[in-house]
Design a protein around this ligand. Structure first.
Ligand SMILES: Cc1cc2nc3c(=O)[nH]c(=O)nc-3n(C[C@H](O)[C@H](O)[C@H](O)COP(=O)(O)OP(=O)(O)OC[C@H]3O[C@@H](n4cnc5c(N)ncnc54)[C@H](O)[C@@H]3O)c2cc1C
Length: 543
């Protein structure tokens, strides 16, 4: 039972302080007359490994900052459960992600527009990418300076990454020094969401500078349990703060920013979703919306792992206390060295078939290797490539397992269900092997550890992908934007059929973008803040 004394009053209640939630809270509270409450299930981002880029490996499976989900056994992964880390801390997944800065292709947003989403074409969204950005290279047609999200060049040009780039160029792939400029295609180094060698999460870039505002209240350890409705109008949120039931009232709007797993979960728990599923769990239906939790997309990757001929990999550093000390000192004194490294420093965006209009596969390289990152790096010199298809056609779903908000929902990714997805990952693995066979790369390789020399046919490569692949952590589209019967929000991100309720996070992407999803999610937050501020918020019922 909610204790009446614990009721908080706000204009906007933002649920989830992740990539999009921090943007929303910071932007909406710029108006001193607007009261914003931000609820975050996790805690403060004071774990030091969050802020050291390579500390990514330390938070990857740390339940103190991570939901550490596991997807349901998936036929596409030969029945395995795939580990799904998601940030549970201020900054959300932007506090634990690989910091790779990729916006996606211009064609992705033009497709969103083509699907009926007015205001979301590539030229419509570019100003919001730019508004977010502080580009350390300076401003140009595609980039700007002065925004909260610092985007920096990779300073650590590891010999293995250099060889990968040279090998790809030798095969005829174009060099690309800006994947977020005119074209994504080609090979080069990623830029990263870091500032002076430290992670720039949305908590660091947006939230902390805003946190002293008297009109912004951030409640950590606050698990939102249910949206409260008066008829079909959202009027607040019931939440549990360190075990205590509380209520926050929203005079204007409730804005869900829980991410692609938790925003649909929150809608379903609150009675907005497919009525049969809700009835089966004894949840009263507020509004029948069949698309909630459906249309899930994710990037499924397959690895190629190599034994390295020289002791130059991060694996080697981790084997020696002396080298760890040296690397630590290098970082603390000069903000350089392996600790500044993002998840995959360099990559190739490639078309697996000449007739494609834009790249359909990404291959990234990292100078380290592991069987499972959560178990630590290999004890031998190793490195790896990660291959994934950029625009999967397979669609999965998120469903409730129970009506208890503390229970994780069931995640059914349905990987590699579509023939296009299977073919692209196999073709991508073959391109990766061709790069590894170039003289530039061969000198670093003693042996292909996985898939291994015995794996040669397309079917064997596909089985390798199914047996060893995993997510690159980009679930989207579970509350997709659109006007079709499975759409959950409209182009202003208002939930269809409900007043005073929006979803603003990676779940609204109509289709997953071609690349890493953090920058696009931040863009969504920036655009949504404008939509709210422009006063286009007067709730309306679906026709
Ligand atoms: C390990 C990992 C590596 C990645 N690497 C990259 C990368 O290198 N580059 C890139 O671009 N993208 C990367 N991504 C993806 C990217 O970070 C995400 O797509 C993006 O952060 C999603 O943002 P979001 O706002 O949708 O959700 P999130 O950032 O996940 O935020 C959701 C927030 O809501 C909170 N929340 C959820 N439920 C509740 C509730 N009931 N009550 C209160 N709070 C709640 C969560 O704790 C979380 O803080 C990675 C992701 C992960 C997990």
């Amino acid at each position: 039972m909610a204790n009446q004394q614990s009721v908080i009053e706000a204009d906007f209640v933002v649920v989830g302080a992740g990539s999009a939630g921090c943007v929303m809270a910071a932007r909406l509270s710029e108006d001193p007359g607007t009261r914003v409450v931000l609820l975050e299930a996790g805690g403060h981002d004071d774990n030091r490994w969050i802020h050291i880029p390579l500390g990514y490996g330390k938070t990857f499976a740390d339940p103190s900052v991570n939901w550490c989900y596991e997807a349901e056994p998936d036929a596409g992964a030969n029945g395995r459960r795939i580990f799904w880390p998601r940030g549970k801390v201020l900054g959300g997944s932007s506090s634990i992600n690989g910091m790779v800065y990729i916006r996606g292709q211009h064609e992705d947003f033009d497709l969103w527009r083509q699907l009926g989403n007015t205001g979301w074409s590539s030229s419509d969204v570019l100003p919001y990418f730019k508004r977010a950005e502080h580009q350390t290279r300076g401003a140009d047609e595609f980039h700007s300076t002065g925004g909260p999200l610092c985007v920096s060049d990779t300073t650590e040009h590891h010999p293995i990454c250099e060889a990968f780039i040279e090998g790809a160029v030798a095969l005829g792939y174009p060099r690309n020094d800006d994947f977020n400029g005119a074209k994504q295609e080609g090979v080069g180094y990623h830029q990263t969401t870091t500032r002076n060698g430290r992670r720039c999460s949305t908590a660091v870039g947006y939230l902390h500078p805003a946190q002293s505002r008297p009109n912004l209240r951030v409640v950590t350890g606050a698990l939102a349990e249910k949206i409260l409705f008066e008829g079909k109008r959202a009027v607040g949120v019931a939440f549990r703060e360190y075990g205590l039931s509380r209520t926050v009232k929203a005079a204007r709007e409730v804005i869900l920013c829980g991410g692609a797993v938790n925003s649909p979960q929150q809608l379903l728990l609150s009675g907005v979703g497919p009525q049969d599923e809700l009835a089966g769990l004894g949840i009263s239906v507020v509004h029948h919306l069949p698309g909630v939790g459906k249309s899930l997309q994710d990037h499924y990757s397959a690895p190629i792992k190599l034994k390295c001929a020289m002791p130059i990999t991060v694996n080697d550093v981790m084997q020696s206390n002396l080298r760890k000390l040296k690397v630590g000192l290098q970082y603390y004194l000069f903000r350089s060295g392996p600790l500044t490294m993002a998840a995959g420093p360099a990559a190739l965006f490639v078309r697996t078939r000449a007739e494609l209009a834009s790249p359909d596969v990404k291959i990234s390289v990292a100078p380290f290797s592991s069987d499972r990152l959560q178990d630590g790096l290999h004890p031998w010199s190793g490195f790896g490539l990660t291959v994934y298809q950029l625009r999967p056609e397979s669609r999965g779903e998120i469903k409730l397992k129970s009506a208890n908000p503390a229970d994780p929902p069931a995640m059914h990714p349905n990987y590699l269900a579509a023939e296009t997805d299977r073919r692209a990952i196999v073709d991508g693995l073959k391109i990766g092997r061709r790069i590894l066979a170039t003289p530039d790369m061969r000198r670093y390789i003693t042996e292909e550890y996985q898939p291994g020399a015995a794996v040669q046919t397309d079917e064997q490569l596909l089985q390798h992908a199914r047996n060893t692949g995993g997510t690159v952590f980009h679930p989207t589209s579970t509350c997709k934007m659109g006007a079709d019967p499975m759409a959950v929000v409209d182009p202003e991100l208002r939930v269809h059929g409900i007043e005073g309720l929006r979803v603003v996070d990676a779940s609204i992407m109509p289709t997953v973008i071609s690349g890493n999803t953090n920058a696009a999610t931040i863009m969504i937050g920036e655009k949504a803040a404008d939509l709210v501020r422009q006063g286009q918020t007067v709730g309306r019922m679906a026709a």
